[in-house]
Write a protein that binds this ligand. Structure first.
Ligand SMILES: [Cu+2]
Length: 140
């Protein structure tokens, strides 16, 4: 039961973070995390509301984006049309390689470095049909 207790604690933490976030968009966990991020290593929260926050990022070529699972759910960061339920939900520059985080458990994180300029659209595989998606614009 130790594992279950640990998971419960994680859930409680996530619930506490989202509890301060009733109403206003972009508040709560995502905002707190943004404070801790740097210009070259922006952070995206994966939330209990099945959203990426922020869902859009503007970064410079070479930036590493970090996705942190602040929720009690399992999420992925997937820009691979062969894995998406609908390949049209995913997009990346022709020079870029598809990527997939695999399952990111509650409290876990995933990082990806963007070396090719252009538009990237990615989804969360478990919640793709629920509309959990995000995008990154990489400038030169
Ligand atoms: Cu998700």
């Amino acid at each position: 039961m130790e594992a279950n207790r640990g998971a419960g604690k994680g859930w409680f933490l996530a619930a506490a973070l989202t509890a301060v976030c009733t109403g206003a968009p972009g508040c709560g966990a995502a905002q707190k995390i943004e404070l801790a991020s740097s210009k070259d290593r922006p952070l995206v929260a994966m939330t209990d509301r099945k959203t990426f926050e922020p869902s859009f990022l503007d970064v410079r070529r070479g930036a590493t984006v970090v996705w942190r699972n602040t929720s009690a759910l399992t999420h992925t960061v997937t820009a691979d049309p062969s894995l998406a339920a609908d390949p049209a939900h995913v997009e990346f520059p022709s020079a870029a390689i598809p990527f997939d985080s695999g399952e990111v458990q509650p409290g876990g994180q995933f990082a990806h470095r963007f070396d090719e300029p252009g538009i990237y659209r990615y989804v969360c595989l478990p919640w793709e049909t629920a509309g959990m998606a995000g995008s990154v614009r990489v400038s030169r």
